[in-house]
Design a protein around this ligand. Structure first.
Ligand code: SF4
Ligand code: FE
Length: 461
């Protein structure tokens, strides 16, 4: 908002995102959850945080979704750490296959790098989405070639890159950035086929903090009731690479255009699986808040209210079930780690582009119009207006009006406020927009073999 910020972690707009990310460390150390959050590293044999783990089995893939659901439950927002995890798993297998095909040396390099990520328990930001400029044009045909991040100079000990990555979730809470190409690349686009990792404080990288709905409510420090989610929140940042030097040992793809599409697909599939966990986790909070407000309003026994809450549970568990299903049917890559079932991961994410809206609709329906018209926390505390608000917003007997307002604000936060960034907007566009999933579903569905099955059944030659 026009200022260069110094004390970033304490800034009221930023702090909620720091707190949300911090839970990924807290959970790895608390007695209650460390069993799920800690795992033995396939690289070093040491015990590590599952948020840095290379999946070794379908059980690992399932545990990842369970871990994400738990984090969604306790933060009710985006905890920002899954993109780098998904990027690491994708780069691990793609570098292996690239080396097999091209005789390059990326995989060993990546193993060494990721061992350090695990040992230090680093947060890695996964950076894929370029600005993309004119969507009808290829990277090499853009008027401004920087609209897709690219190599501008090759040196003996590394490369220099320029460009930008948009929508960088949690990047300012990350130690490292893993940059990946955003699409399959064609001949002549070798300079755009680049994958590397650098520390977030590398010279030449600039960050512009994104705005979110009702974010300035966070600046009213003493009145957190209006914020809705008082402790936690997400973070989205535009990241600019202004001639950034990347040393050789941090480069994991460099000109191998045939590997880019595969990297995008694999990363996307992992992240589409992730949403089956995190969005269901936030969904649990929305369902809980909706059931609670129904009780506070005194309508929780009405049969249509009960039925709507059951519908919410059904939608939420369907997203979760898809996350579990694509994990359970995962398989081993050539490099040894496990990838999810591509078709089911895309079905998972396509459901996520729709179901949270149905959940939000039902939550708004049950919560009532007050969700959009309620006075502020300041008015509640005001000696003139406060008593009126307490008198006229009283609902079921024994319910404190301020508590009722808190629950309504939390619902508002998730369906229409800052929380809706992760719950609704990101559910549509994060990990690829709906059409990307439809394309993958079409590709993976083996329609020809389904037709052949009918031909065989009916003896059609
Ligand atoms: Fe993780 Fe969900 Fe946030 Fe993606 S949107 S980083 S999966 S919490
Ligand atoms: Fe995301």
């Amino acid at each position: 908002m026009g200022d260069k910020t110094k004390n970033l972690t304490e800034h009221p707009l930023v702090k909620p995102s720091v707190c949300a990310l911090a839970m990924t460390y807290d959970c790895a150390h608390s007695d209650e959850t460390r069993g799920l959050f800690r795992v033995r590293s396939s690289l070093s044999g040491e015990e590590i945080n599952r948020f840095t783990h290379l999946n070794q089995s379908t059980e690992d893939l399932i545990n990842k979704v369970l871990m994400q659901r738990h984090c969604g439950n306790i933060t009710a927002c985006c905890f920002q750490r899954c993109v780098g995890l998904d990027a690491g798993n994708a780069v691990f297998s793609v570098t292996y296959e690239c080396d097999q095909k091209h005789g390059t040396k990326y995989h060993q390099r990546f193993r060494k790098y990721w061992t350090q990520v695990q040992r230090e328990d680093w947060v890695v930001d996964g950076a894929m989405t370029d600005p993309k400029g004119d969507r009808s044009k290829r990277p090499k045909d853009q008027k401004d070639p920087d609209l897709f991040l690219r190599v501008t100079e090759r040196r003996t000990n590394g490369v220099v890159v320029r460009g930008a990555k948009l929508h960088q979730t949690g990047i300012l809470n990350s130690h490292e950035i893993m940059v990946m190409p955003t699409a399959a690349m064609d001949q002549g686009e070798e300079n755009w086929a680049i994958c590397f990792a650098v520390p977030t404080n590398t010279k030449g990288i600039r960050y512009i903090y994104g705005r979110q709905a009702s974010d300035t409510r966070k600046l009213e420090g003493d009145k957190w009731l209006d914020v809705g989610n008082p402790t936690f929140g997400g973070q989205e940042v535009m990241t600019i690479f202004e001639d950034v030097f990347v040393p050789e040992e941090r480069i994991f793809l460099n000109g191998e255009i045939d590997q880019c599409g595969k990297l995008v697909e694999r990363f996307a599939a992992y992240h589409r699986q992730s949403y089956g966990g995190c969005k269901a986790g936030v969904g649990d909070v929305l369902i809980g808040a909706t059931a609670l407000i129904a009780r506070m309003n005194g309508v929780d026994r009405a049969s249509h209210i009960r039925d709507k809450i059951i519908e919410m549970i059904h939608l939420n568990e369907t997203m979760f079930a898809c996350g579990i299903a694509c994990s359970a049917l995962g398989r081993q890559t050539m490099a040894g780690n496990y990838e999810v079932d591509m078709l089911l991961a895309n079905v998972c994410k396509l459901n996520v582009t729709r179901f949270p809206f149905d959940l939000a609709h039902l939550a708004i329906d049950i919560a009532g119009g007050l969700l959009g018209t309620m006075p502020s926390a300041r008015d509640l505390d005001d000696p003139v207006t406060g008593p009126y608000i307490r008198k006229y917003l009283a609902a079921a007997e024994g319910i404190d009006v301020a508590d009722r307002m808190k629950v309504l604000r939390l619902i508002e936060n998730i369906v229409a406020g800052a929380g809706a960034v992760a719950y609704l907007i990101e559910s549509v566009h994060g990990a690829g927009s709906p059409m990307a999933q439809r394309i993958m579903i079409g590709r993976q569905a083996e329609l020809e073999s389904k037709m052949n099955r009918v031909r065989r059944l009916l003896d059609i030659q």
